[in-house]
Write a protein that binds this ligand. Structure first.
Ligand code: C2O
Ligand code: CU
Ligand code: CU
Length: 469
């Protein structure tokens, strides 16, 4: 049955339609609160958790369903939830001081919006983000395909790292100048779904979908898996045009996601490895039992409604020059002596606030708490207009650049066109990279563009734009 016929049938059959619609909107509460639990290799680690779990519960919905979720904030700090990668109304985007008031301790805030696109997304706070995400507040948001690629198991692995101090607790040195000005906060303990030694048992012959989410503050993963046939089928939730065999290392920056199809064709232990930076480390293991099974044909990525296609001939062109950071003289923010002194005093008194270190087009857009609304939009575009952004990384550091509320096509890197022009919501830039992206500005409101190394954003590496409705 075609979708329209199905909807008509349901419309004529209230007895059927009611449970169907009821299933589409199931209100729920999500509580953010301190907890002590086993995580990151520690038997009892004080964390901040959604519903007492680290990572937070996997939220699963059908495409087109309405997410109806009330955040109950039981943290000692204000918070919000940002729905990373979802095309949603601006008022639901979770940016404090810009799209909503921060949710004070003890208070609640209802999030309610339709989920237009299937895929692998995630949710996290957008207040005090470097601290709140590091303490454990992050979870997967899965929107199921209308017709998913057939698999035996659909796994969600949320990758993270943790910086523990000498007592085995989460180190409290959030926002320190070194992290902010260099590669961000890297932790020595790397986990998958909060565990250091995750093992997934599989039967030979099974085909699985593996959804990987990089929820680390700053760590880039260089992922490889040897011995099993695997294909990339989606980036940042959006299906690839064709399945791409997974060979060698795949870079996954903070905020980014990749969906793989993997065939458990050979028995034995197959280790997902990260080889970013120095050395190589095991992240998790697929343990296949049974007899070897034959190779299977490549899978097909899910089919879906196309995203709105940017009109490059008429697009607004906008340059985004990334500057500042350690080992560079260019692009450091201007701060008057009085401003610097006032900030130092606040920091000495314990304000959880970074120093301005990074700029976009010469401006530091600090992400801590209330400051978003204090900034001017970098550009304005009428609703439905196309935008072409050129990111130029004039720094010595990597930056996963993220756009709120929209998906963009990645057109080129360092002058070389990317034939598939993949859709993403976060694009990883190496030092000195130049990357062009394009998108249709769909939803009225104010939207952030920022580096997803959370310490970089805290140190000014962000901006925003306005879609005029
Ligand atoms: Cu995960 Cu402002 O983003
Ligand atoms: Cu986002
Ligand atoms: Cu960055």
């Amino acid at each position: 049955m075609k979708r329209r016929e199905l909807l008509q049938t349901l419309a004529c059959a209230p007895a059927l339609a009611v449970p169907h619609l009821a299933a589409a909107v199931t209100p729920r509460t999500l509580t953010a609160a301190p907890a002590t639990l086993a995580a990151a290799g520690q038997a009892s680690l004080p964390v901040w958790a959604y519903d007492g779990q680290v990572p937070g519960p996997v939220l699963r919905y059908k495409r087109g369903a309405v997410l109806d979720l009330t955040l109950h904030n039981q943290l000692p700090d204000p918070s919000t939830i940002h729905w990373h990668g979802i095309r949603l109304p601006n008022a639901m985007d979770g940016v404090p001081g810009l799209t909503q008031a921060p949710v004070a301790p003890g208070e609640r805030f209802p999030y309610r919006f339709a989920l237009p696109d299937a895929g692998t997304y995630w949710y996290h706070p957008h207040w005090g983000t470097p601290e709140q995400v590091e303490r454990g507040l992050a979870g997967a948001l899965i929107v199921e395909d209308d017709v998913p690629p057939p698999v035996d198991l659909d796994l969600v692995w949320l990758l993270d790292d943790w910086r523990l101090d000498a007592n085995g607790r989460i180190a409290e040195n959030f926002y320190n100048f070194h992290d902010v000005a260099h590669a961000g906060r890297l932790g020595q303990r790397v986990t998958v779904n909060g565990k250091v030694d995750l093992v997934q048992a599989l039967q030979s012959g099974q085909r699985i979908r593996l959804r990987l989410i990089n929820a680390a503050n700053a760590r880039i993963f260089a992922l490889s898996l040897e011995g099993l046939d695997a294909w990339l089928i989606a980036r940042d939730g959006i299906p690839a045009a064709t399945a791409v065999p997974w060979e060698g290392e795949l870079l996954l920056g903070p905020g980014m996601r990749t969906d793989f199809i993997i065939d458990a064709s050979k028995p034995g232990r197959h280790v997902l490895k990260d080889s970013y930076g120095r050395g190589e480390r095991a992240l998790a293991t697929l343990e296949v039992s049974g007899k070897a099974s034959g190779a299977r044909p490549a899978p097909q990525p899910a089919q879906r409604e196309p995203l709105p296609e940017p009109d490059l001939a008429r697009a607004l062109e906008q340059r985004m020059l990334l500057g500042g950071g350690a080992m560079s003289r260019d692009g450091w923010p201007q701060e008057s002596t009085a401003e610097r002194e006032a900030r130092r005093q606040r920091q000495i008194q314990g304000a959880r606030e970074a120093s301005p270190v990074w700029t976009i087009n010469g401006q530091a857009h600090m992400s801590h708490d209330r400051e978003h609304a204090a900034h001017a939009s970098e550009f304005r575009v009428p609703r439905g207009g196309s935008v072409r952004l050129t990111f130029e990384n004039n720094t010595a550091w990597w930056h996963p650049m993220h756009l709120h509320g929209h998906h963009f096509r990645v057109l080129s890197r360092n002058g070389a066109a990317l034939p598939e022009r993949p859709w993403r919501d976060t694009v990883l830039m190496a030092p000195r990279d130049r990357v062009e992206v394009a998108f249709v500005a769909e939803n009225p409101g104010y939207w952030l563009i920022h580096c997803h190394v959370l310490e970089h954003h805290a140190g000014g590496l962000g901006t925003m734009f306005e879609v005029q409705g």
